[in-house]
Write a protein that binds this ligand. Sequence first.
Ligand SMILES: [Zn+2]
Length: 116
Amino acid sequence: MPDLRLRGGAAVPLYPDFGAEYRPHLSEDLPHAERSLFGKPCCSGCDERLSAAEPTPEAFELRIDLEKAGPITTELVVPAVRCAACGKTQALFDRQLDSDISEALIAAMDGQAIRP
Ligand SMILES: [Zn+2]
């Protein structure tokens, strides 16, 4: 399960569409490996094929700016690999991680992190 924490000043305001507006940023803003035609992960920085290195948990800090909520600092710990060619660290996305991030967000919204 990825570790996800939201920090937005005192509190992150929750409004009905918050989750729907915020969630796509977690996938799009996170540096992540691209998939080649053959489904092999490639570096998003230099296009190099990423080796079969075992992904390790890596902490990413994202600053997500939503019109209604303002800037929200998000810490997300997800499995990531480092490109041997250019050194860029990036998340390895798959369907499982995608659904895990959704669950982590729901948990964070339910928790202390973002009481309205
Ligand atoms: Zn690279």
